[in-house]
Design a protein around this ligand. Structure first.
Ligand code: 13P
Length: 249
């Protein structure tokens, strides 16, 4: 059965010292149960944050990794390096990476494979921009992202993937998808997975929602049958808010 997972994407926020304090506070407050909670600090915080967390359901993710294995790629961080910090997950394909850093479906597909080869679980982000939704193309956009990013994986590898549906118009805008909009898209994604890999794998895949998810709207979003948690930006920067969201199931 699929897991509920809430992940906090700190993006480019918090100095090392501030990040350690935030991680300690989350570790103190998080409820130890079967739901998974993930902190996604900047790369350079990972090893230090790893030292201050010890709850059995609290894990670490990087926010990205390189599309090449190793070598002369100044400024890049490889999947193997991420794994060596104690991180178990990696966010890939965030809309900020796609739009500001030109990450294409093809590049992301390479990153997914390198992450899997290095025993990292990808949290693969997909989602449409406002114009695409207004033009009624949101389902097609997401379908293409899933197909090009993930659908050449073996059944076994696909079974390790977490998907995060993040409508770009909801990210950092205070505008949240309605529970119905989230459910419609999550169900659509699950149906795509079922057509490609079968019902069992589709039912076992965690699909998170992301985009202005806060303590006051998490409960109604997570109450949808196909919404299995959240990828949280702004609200993950305050331990109390983040833990409240993690407790919203
Ligand atoms: P916000 O929660 O700040 O809207 O960000 C969502 C997000 O992009 C998480 O990856």
């Amino acid at each position: 059965m699929r897991k509920n997972i809430v992940a906090g994407n700190w993006k480019m926020n918090k100095t090392l010292q501030e990040g350690i304090e935030l991680a300690k506070a989350v570790n103190d407050q998080v409820t130890e149960n079967d739901d998974i909670v993930i902190l996604c600090p900047p790369f350079i915080h990972l090893t230090e944050v790893a030292k201050v967390i010890n709850k059995k359901n609290l894990f670490l993710a990087a926010q990205n990794c390189a599309s090449e294995e190793s070598g002369a790629y100044t400024g890049e961080v490889s999947a193997a390096m991420v794994k060596s910090t104690c991180a178990d997950y990696v966010i890939l394909g965030h809309s900020e990476r796609r739009s500001y850093y030109g990450e294409t479906d093809e590049i992301l597909n390479k990153k997914v494979k390198l992450a899997l080869a290095n025993d990292l679980v990808p949290i693969f982000c997909i989602g449409e921009v406002l114009e695409e939704r207004e033009a009624g193309k949101h389902l097609d956009v997401v379908k293409t992202q899933v197909e090009k990013g993930l659908f050449d994986l073996s059944k076994e590898d696909f079974g390790k993937i977490i998907i995060a549906y993040e409508p770009v118009w909801a990210i950092g805008t205070g505008k949240t998808a309605t529970p119905d909009q989230a459910q419609e898209m999550h169900k659509y994604i699950r149906d795509l997975i079922a057509q490609k890999y079968g019902d069992q794998l589709a039912n076992d895949t965690t699909i998170q929602y992301g985009g202005s998810c806060k303590p006051d709207n998490a409960k109604e979003l997570f109450a949808n049958p196909d919404v299995d948690g959240g990828l949280i930006g702004g609200a993950s920067l305050k331990a109390g808010d983040f833990v409240a969201i993690a407790n919203a199931f």
